[in-house]
Design a protein around this ligand. Structure first.
Ligand code: PLP
Length: 498
């Protein structure tokens, strides 16, 4: 690292250390001032059993209220979110979420109701769920939708459990789920948890499903093929109708991983491509902020033949126009989430769909695809493009052309932090060397896209002219290169402050 870089880093670390709250602690300081309580109180020892009583006070910092506020505010500023800046995380869709949908989710009629309230007192909320089910079915080309699953992976598992019940009901023993080598890691994981064996399909050099390999792999043990289209490389599987026919002829079903639906809304539908099951991540495509660990929602849509297996309860509409919970178990796989799913997330998605309308949703996808292609074509001269041509909402580059300078994709990602950008997804999908996967999303202006592109070009020049600069980055963050292996193997989960 250069001397200037070293100095800057030391300076920054000092500044950050000063904000550490334990260093600010002075004996006797307290963070509140309230009038003496005049309600008679029983001693704590009377309220708690012996084993629950502390023998000495907790080792907490003794600080003023203002120090506590500044400490947590400083910590929150170290966090990076889509409201701070550009966040081109491929596959994950970190796009701006309109704040009006947050407002709607906080309406008392939605936020303050209780799931055990009588049906006649929550007809509005039930109508919202019912309408959302239908909207999502229309958007995906499916016949019915459950809103229960809490995340994408949860939706995958729910869909696979329905597929399992479907085959079992027909007296067939099908225990294999096929996934392409570019698939999201949750696909094989969900299949395994649902009791299947996974079979990985190789991609063609063009990054698409290899039809010959698929023909070889299917058989009377095939339960399903899990696919996303456009696939994880951002490429549209043009032979999807043939793929569907091969799987269906073998007696298997097609599962669509619609976690990221940013490329297809209003343009094409998994149901029309031949898929039997689809999940959506409302926390990627439809207005719920994500990345902080939840909550999310992963509704699952199914074709007619899988309807009997949908989780219960479902909201249904009687001929008189009243809504009620259908709790009839029948062949249902049962309940997969407490109550009816993460209701607040469903409200946001409803508001998002209704405010854009069908034309607006189509425009979202068109702009997402346009932005990705613009960025890919401007960056093409500076990085390796394993799959040139047109991409959909995201694209994959390789940093392998920088390896001759000693610079790797990880270094490029770290250097981006110095310019205030969240790095793109890197080293995923696994089938591309030194992979960089970029999803600009539809919500960014041309100026923002150009700013990021220019920075990437600058970093590629730095890699050539001053590789050390890139290899030692970042210089401006509180922590720099983390020992990720030790962090994963020996995590320190609490603050040992003494
Ligand atoms: C994000 C994602 C998932 C998993 O979604 P979670 O809500 O994180 O469980 C699955 N598949 C694809 C393609 C994704 O991008």
């Amino acid at each position: 690292m250069t001397q200037a870089g070293q100095d800057q880093k030391q300076e920054l670390l000092k500044e950050h250390d000063q904000s550490l709250i334990f260093e600010l602690s002075r004996s006797g300081r307290i963070a509140y001032s309230l009038p003496e309580c005049d309600v008679p109180q029983r001693p704590v020892a009377e309220l708690l059993p012996d084993y629950a009583l502390r023998s000495e006070p907790a080792a907490l910092p003794e600080v003023y209220e203002v120090d506590v506020i500044r400490h947590y505010t400083a910590l929150s500023r170290r966090n990076f979110g889509v409201d701070n800046g550009f966040y081109p995380l491929g596959s994950c869709t970190m796009k701006y979420n309109p704040k009006v949908n947050e407002d709607v989710a906080r309406y008392a009629g939605f936020a303050k109701i209780h799931p055990y309230q009588p049906e006649d007192s929550i007809q509005g909320a039930m109508e919202l769920l019912y309408t959302l089910q239908n909207d999502l079915a229309a958007l995906t080309g499916m016949d019915a939708v459950t809103l229960q699953p809490a995340a994408g992976a949860h939706g995958e598992w729910t869909g696979l459990m329905m597929i399992r019940s479907y085959h079992e009901a027909r007296g067939e023993r099908r225990n294999k789920v096929l996934v392409p080598d570019s698939s999201h890691g949750t696909n094989p994981a969900s299949a395994t948890v649902a009791g299947f064996e996974t079979v990985t399909l190789p991609s063609t050099p063009q990054g698409l499903v290899d039809l010959d390999a698929l023909r070889q792999a299917v058989g009377n043990d095939t339960a399903a093929l899990m696919l996303t289209n456009p696939n994880t490389l951002g490429l549209f599987e043009k032979q999807i109708a043939d793929i569907a026919a091969i799987v269906h002829e073998a007696g298997g079903l097609l599962y669509y991983d619609g976690a990221n639906s940013n490329a297809i809304m209003g343009i094409t539908r998994p149901g029309d491509m031949g898929f039997d099951v689809v999940h959506l991540n409302l926390h990627k495509t439809m207005s719920t902020p994500h990345g902080g660990g939840g909550p999310g929602a992963g509704p699952v849509g199914v074709k007619q033949r899988l309807i009997p297996y949908l989780p219960k309860p479902m909201v249904v509409r009687d001929p008189q126009g009243t809504y009620r919970w259908d709790r009839e178990q029948g062949d249902s796989i049962g309940r997969v989430k407490a109550f009816y799913g993460n209701f607040g997330i469903l409200v946001r998605a409803y508001a998002y769909i209704r405010s854009y309308g069908p034309d607006g949703l189509k425009r979202v996808s068109e702009c997402a695809v346009l932005n990705a292609n613009y960025m890919m074509h401007r960056l093409a001269p500076y990085f390796d493009l394993p799959y040139p041509g047109h991409c959909k909402h995201e694209f994959v580059m390789s940093g392998r052309n920088l390896k001759k300078f000693g610079v790797r994709t990880l270094d490029v990602a770290k250097r981006l932090l110095d310019f205030g950008y969240h790095p793109p997804t890197i080293y995923f999908p696994l089938n591309v060397e030194e992979c960089i996967m970029i999803e600009p999303t539809e919500t960014e202006s041309k100026e923002t896209l150009d700013g990021f592109i220019d920075t990437m070009i600058q970093i590629s020049r730095e890699a050539e002219e001053n590789p050390e600069l890139v290899m030692n980055a970042p210089y401006t963050t509180p922590v720099t290169r983390l020992d990720e292996t030790t962090a994963a193997r020996k995590p320190v989960l609490n603050c040992s402050c003494s």
